[in-house]
Design a binder for this molecule. Structure first.
Ligand code: G1P
Ligand code: ZN
Length: 544
């Protein structure tokens, strides 16, 4: 066995963001760049001998070469066994499920999630820990600290591993096991949902679904589960073959980037149900016939209907949402008498709540929903949850949402993103807002009176760790809110996110378009935050 010890020098920019280290492919292709970061992970996570590591990615450009490098580095670092997805493919939720099922020490996930791929797109590396979830900040900090001083990495000299054929081989003393990408995940889904009822729904009546995998990792999972197992006709899953550049698209399931599915769902003869997933399969968008379900509403509706679903029939311990996510789920929690937690943006903050049994369902406004079955958000899971509810309630998506609003009121909600703006003015905008915060309380702006204004700080109720400066919040006495923060996942310039929410109890007023319902709040946001002035933009790039 020939282990090469390679001298290297640190890169100063290997600080993981909201979700791992995400950079342009070209950055990762610099000599030693990937290797430095991977060695920093191995150096930070403790003794690797006799441990199992899970490895896979969303199939984007550079996935395969990166997997070969990581396999050889893992072997050189003495890992006992590596479970790698066939052809290097594993969705993020499947990876989380596999870590947990086989008690692996962790996983390396190669994905830049919803960011575009291809030679000019993005790549990413994420480390997940033994609970199946994203590494918490103390781990990512340790990795970053290591990356700043690293001077050597280890790699085995060996031929590439055959990733096509299932089964075991050896890389030095390490066992490399090429595993079916779908099987373990599908078994977990079958243990949570009533597959027979969903099968009936999809085969016995005229209920039709349309699923768009956006040429990303969810394709193989969707083909296997919806078409092969649940009987939906072949062709139900569109764009189901993972492509290195996602077919040139932006693998983000929202009304802008999943426009093909949106056109189908709003067109003639629209299907009863539509869904799309992101690059690594953890996000979901839910559509009814000519009807869009906001992710915040989706979370609230899953919580309100959880008892209909076998895996959740004994009730929920609690629910959790990221701070910018609408407060719709809080209303459900209050009604059923369970706790509702508000965490900073990013799935990693749900990990402790799930591990401690404080929350069962979690969600983010950014098209992420999940539960304690794994420690990541899970796109296919959310779709199966919806289908299970639909199979039992025998109503349309729209009817279910409208009844929900009648019961709990409607939280009008929208997010405005200003992508790729300049970093400096973006920071100035935020700093200026922060400096205004103490002066805003009690102030009157037209019909709005400020009830509170702060920069969200979170104290983890399990380990007491504190995360500051997680987003500027301005709340008004009528329950509406403006939240402003900078993205931690973008790779070009800065992305400003503005989250808008208002509450309407009266069912007679539940038919507005969200932009219309939020219009005066949007005007007020401009007045307070002066977005046009600082970004030079007249309009957001993306509205969801
Ligand atoms: C975005 C979303 C956030 C999500 C993350 C990873 O992060 O807003 O909810 O957890 O992607 O999918 P951001 O770019 O806002 O930091
Ligand atoms: Zn993702």
């Amino acid at each position: 066995m020939n282990i090469r010890k390679v001298s290297t020098t640190p890169f100063s920019d290997q600080k993981p963001g909201t979700s791992g280290l995400r950079k342009a492919v070209k950055d990762f292709q610099q000599p030693h760049y990937l290797e430095n970061f991977i060695q920093s992970i191995f150096d930070s996570v403790g003794d690797l001998h006799f441990q199992t590591l899970v490895l896979g990615g969303d199939g984007r450009y550079y996935n395969r070469p990166a997997i070969q490098i990581i396999l050889k580095m893992a072997a050189a670092n003495g890992i006992g066994r590596i479970k790698v997805g066939q052809r290097g493919i594993l969705s993020t939720p499947a990876t989380s499920a596999i870590i947990r099922k086989y008690q692996a020490i962790g996983a390396i996930i190669l994905s830049a999630s919803h960011n575009p791929g291809g030679p000019n797109g993005d790549f990413g590396v994420k480390y997940n820990i033994s609970n199946g979830g994203p590494a918490p900040e103390k781990v990512t900090e340790a990795i970053y600290d290591r990356s700043k001083v690293i001077d050597i990495y280890q790699i085995l000299e060996a031929p590439d591993v055959d990733l096509e054929t299932l089964g075991e081989s050896h890389l030095g003393e390490t066992v490399v096991e090429v595993i079916d990408s779908v099987q373990d995940y599908q078994e977990l889904m079958e243990s949570l949902f009533d597959f027979e009822r969903i099968h009936q729904l999809l085969t016995r009546g005229n209920f039709r679904i349309s699923i768009d995998a956006l040429h990303a990792v969810a394709g193989p999972y969707a083909h296997a589960i919806f078409e092969q197992r649940l009987g939906a006709p072949v062709g139900t899953v569109r764009n189901g073959t993972p492509l290195e550049d996602f077919g040139g698209g932006h693998p983000d399931p929202n009304l802008v980037y999943a426009h093909e599915l949106v056109d189908i769902s709003y067109g003639e003869n629209a299907p009863d149900f539509g869904a799309a997933f992101d690059g690594d399969g953890d996000r979901n968008m839910i559509l009814g016939r000519k009807f869009f379900v906001t992710p915040s509403d989706s979370l609230a509706i899953l919580a309100a209907n959880a008892k209909l679903v076998p895996g959740y029939s004994s009730g929920l311990a609690g629910v959790a949402r990221s701070m910018p996510t609408s407060q719709a789920v809080d209303r459900v929690a209050a009604q059923i008498g369970i706790d509702s937690y508000e965490t900073p943006t990013g799935w990693k903050f749900f990990g402790n709540l799930l591990d401690a049994g404080k929350a069962t369902l979690c969600g983010e406004e950014s098209f992420g929903t999940g539960s304690n079955h794994i420690r990541e958000k899970d796109g296919l899971w959310a779709v199966l949850f919806w289908l299970n509810i639909l199979a039992i309630r025998q109503q349309s998506v729209e009817q279910i949402v409208r009844e929900h609003w009648q019961t709990y009121g409607r939280n009008y909600y929208s997010r405005h993103d200003y992508e790729g703006i300049e970093i400096e003015p973006a920071n100035t905008l935020i700093e200026r807002l922060r400096s205004l915060l103490p002066t805003l309380k009690g102030k009157q702006f037209a019909n709005y009176q400020v009830e509170y204004s702060d920069d969200f700080s979170y104290t983890d109720p399990v380990d007491g760790s504190i995360s500051d400066q997680q987003g500027v919040r301005i709340g008004f006495s009528d329950g509406s809110r403006i939240v402003v923060r900078l993205s931690g996942t973008g790779t070009q310039g800065a992305t400003l996110r503005v989250y808008l929410e208002s509450y309407e109890a009266d069912p007679a007023k539940h038919d507005l378009e969200p932009q219309q319902a939020l219009a005066s709040l949007i005007t007020l946001t401009e007045e307070i935050a002066q977005i046009r002035k600082f970004t030079g933009r007249e309009q957001p790039t993306v509205i969801t």
